[in-house]
Write a protein of this length. Sequence first.
Length: 140
Amino acid sequence: MKILFTVLCFCLFPGLAKQTFAQGGGKAEPNRISFKRGMTSATVSGNLKLGEEMEYIFAASKGQLVWLKIVSTPKGRFHYFSVKGSDIDFASDYDINYDLTFTAPETGDYFVTVHLRGTDKVKRARFALRLTIKPPGHKT
């Protein structure tokens, strides 16, 4: 009888089931990178262990020059990032970015995922990701 009641609840109230499952382990929202008033750059930092990743989101307008750079502590190329947007995808297995500049093809949000590529000795490391956005037509 309890099983029948549970099945009926899921069928009659699917919205409640979805909310319950999301609370128990849904994926966290990406952290938004924003700029202080009058600034064109912002830096975010964090710690990652092997197998972890951190997600960020930022807004850019069509034609703006976007520059991302990541550094790791300890020094080395332990962290890398991938970028996805409406018309770009620098997130394949071959896109291991440490320093990337591109012109935003569309106005909207762009997603950045930071990954740790550790070694036998480095299983945890700190990173700093710097985002700079310049107006359309700006030269590097």
